[in-house]
Ligand binder design. Structure first.
Ligand code: NAD
Ligand code: ISE
Length: 336
């Protein structure tokens, strides 16, 4: 039987998730949509057979016709909807960030702990990407010895004029921060941020940005964010271990050799690079939701990412190394 899904916030990624729920994956029916821009919600609903438009996200969540909720509105609004979904006892898939403040992330954790079981999956899709899964398996196998350094690069060809230097951390490097925790199976303890000479394509933006994250077990994580690099959307990752190195391969399926050169396509955006990872991520959420359960990246993972990006923003402002202080991890999240 299909999971009846309601989607809140039907902009770019909301529509992309609706496409995968209705055209790519199995086991879902999108029965409800909502957006502060009502005309946008109506346009999207028109393309779906039988989807109802709700004036507010809260009404959508409360509706008996909705079994599970996807939150793809702007980050500032996520916590309200996630808390409402928990109160209604419904599984919720929330795009990153879980919430924009540590306080709101903690409120989500408290609500879920009070509910007694997990209801929230956060949209850190890299954990479902075959390349990162293989990298983690290599580390776990011991093939390169204990991991010492994770070098991560997150490059976007361009960003809109509204993009700020802080978004390089909060909106972009947040994925690398979560990936580091996933690969190293460890928590961060401090963060420092430096910027080299600016890319002239970014105007006053501090771009690139270089983040150094220190992990509890002593490993170091370097994160380069370059968001005006023109040539493509290039995601790079390398683990330096005690006896070897493992790196993400290029993501294109073929290389072409011609006229004494070899070449391959570089993806141009996150949809192209992580398309398959998004499919696997949302399918995993659906399978669990059909059982009334939730797996995948948790509210705890969303909370830690926000604590680190908060610390990183303070590190940009002060130029200092900023400690990362986490609350005690509730038992609900220890095995996930
Ligand atoms: P967008 O601006 O294209 O779409 C957001 C939509 O939410 C808009 O239609 C807007 O009208 C609506 N909205 C805003 N506030 C609302 C509210 N209170 N209630 C209902 N609807 C509301 O933005 P986007 O690029 O689709 O991003 C949405 C979220 O997805 C962001 O949190 C972003 O960080 C995340 N995102 C994640 C990835 C990823 O790689 N995982 C990629 C892109 C975006
Ligand atoms: C966007 O919001 C994402 O989440 C993408 O994965 C990231 O690459 C991009 O920089 C962000 O703006």
């Amino acid at each position: 039987m299909s999971v009846h899904v309601g989607v809140i916030g039907v902009g770019m990624i909301g529509q992309d998730h609706i496409r995968r729920l209705t055209k790519v994956l199995s086991g879902a029916e999108v029965v409800a949509v909502s957006d502060v821009d009502l005309s946008q919600a109506e346009r999207v609903a028109k393309e779906l057979s039988g989807a109802r438009v709700f004036a507010t996200g809260e009404e959508l969540i409360a509706s008996k016709s909705v079994d599970a909720v996807v939150v793809t509105s702007w980050g500032l609004t996520h916590a309200t909807y996630v808390l409402a979904a928990i109160a209604a006892g419904k599984p919720v898939f929330c795009e990153k960030p879980l919430a924009t403040t540590q306080g709101d992330c903690s409120r989500v954790i408290d609500a879920e702990v009070a509910h007694g079981r997990r209801l929230v999956q956060v949209g850190f899709m890299r954990r479902f990407d075959a390349h990162y899964v293989a990298l983690k398996a290599t580390i776990t196998s011991g093939a390169i010895g204990a991991p010492l350094i994770f070098n991560s690069a997150h490059r976007n060809p361009s960003v809109p004029a509204s993009y700020t230097s802080e978004m390089a951390l909060v909106d972009t490097a947040v994925h690398d921060i979560d990936t580091a925790r996933f690969l190293l199976d460890d928590e961060p303890v401090a963060v420092s941020v430096k910027s080299p000479r600016r890319n002239s394509r970014g105007g006053a933006l501090s771009d690139p940005l270089f983040t150094l994250m220190e992990m509890r077990g002593g490993a170091l994580v370097t994160i380069e964010t370059s968001v005006n690099i023109a040539y493509g959307y290039d995601i790079r990752g390398e683990i330096v271990g005690e006896t070897g190195v493992a790196s993400l391969a290029e993501s294109n399926p073929i290389i072409v050799k011609s006229a004494s050169t070899f070449s391959g396509r570089v993806p141009m955006d996150w949809k192209e690079r992580f398309g398959r990872a998004f499919d696997v991520e949302v399918q995993a959420w659906l399978i669990a939701a059909a059982r009334g359960e939730v797996t995948g990246p948790s509210a705890w993972d969303g909370y830690v990412a926000t604590v680190v990006t908060d610390a990183g923003v303070r590190a940009i402002q002060s130029g200092e190394r900023v400690p990362v202080t986490l609350r005690e991890q509730p038992a609900l999240y220890r095995a996930s």
